[in-house]
Design a binder for this molecule. Structure first.
Ligand code: ZN
Length: 107
């Protein structure tokens, strides 16, 4: 299943830009949330669960920004802990994730 090319968070549409290992080495990161042009950089070639954590992490930054939360340092620590917690939850309880998906309105 492919990662969507764009996602909607609150009133905004964010482009997801897949990046190479070369980008990862140059930038020293696996993902980045660019608030100035509503885009997220995500390294493409990563183990599936780690890539899911990175996507979740960058979405967390976008949510933090969109809903006007504060403080850069607390943001980084909070999002890292939340991302790992959710990834662990989904990996260990796939039936719960399917249940959440089933609660969404069908489009
Ligand atoms: Zn971060």
């Amino acid at each position: 299943m492919k990662l969507p090319a764009s996602i909607k968070i609150g009133p905004y549409v964010w482009k997801i830009q897949l990046r190479s290992k070369t980008w990862q080495k140059r930038e020293g990161k696996f993902g980045f949330c660019r608030f100035d042009d509503f885009a997220m950089d995500i390294v493409d070639d990563l183990p599936p669960l780690f890539k899911a954590e990175i996507v979740h992490h960058e979405i967390g930054h976008a949510i933090w920004w969109t809903y006007n939360l504060d403080s850069r340092e607390r943001e980084e620590r909070a999002i890292m802990s939340l991302s790992r917690g959710y990834i662990d939850l989904w990996a260990d309880n796939p039936e719960l994730l399917r249940w959440f998906a089933a609660q969404l309105p069908s489009s």
